[in-house]
Write a protein that binds this ligand. Sequence first.
Ligand SMILES: [Zn+2]
Length: 120
Amino acid sequence: MKIRRGVIELVMESSKDSLPNEFAAFLKAKKEVIYEIALVPGTISGERSAIMQLWNRPIDLGYVGTIHSHPSGVIYPSEDDKSLYSKFGNIHIIVGYPFNLYSWRPFNNEGIEINLEMIQ
Ligand SMILES: [Zn+2]
C-alpha cells in the first residue's frame, strides 16, 4: 500500500486549520494507492476527540482506514484510537504537530506501526 503525497499535504493543512482541535477523515484507496480522503460531514468541534466522532458516521465500504491529527505532537495511537481502529479498516495514520511531511506515522488496526510509502 502507498499514499499520494498530496493526501498528506492536504491533511497537514487541514490539521493546522483545525487547531486547537483534532482533524479526522477516512482514507480511500484504489489499486493499493491511497489517493483521497473522505471528509467527515459536519463540523468537528469541542473537547471530544475527532476520531471518536467518526464512530457515528456512515461507513462506506471503499474506505481502507482513517487519518487524524494529534495537536500534542505525540504520533502514537491512544487507547481510544486503538479501540476504534478495528472497526474502520486496516490502515490508520496519525499526523502530529508541527504538521509537516515528516510528522506522520501509519499503523495497523492493532496500533502497530507499518510501512507506507509516500509517492507523487
Ligand atoms: Zn488519536
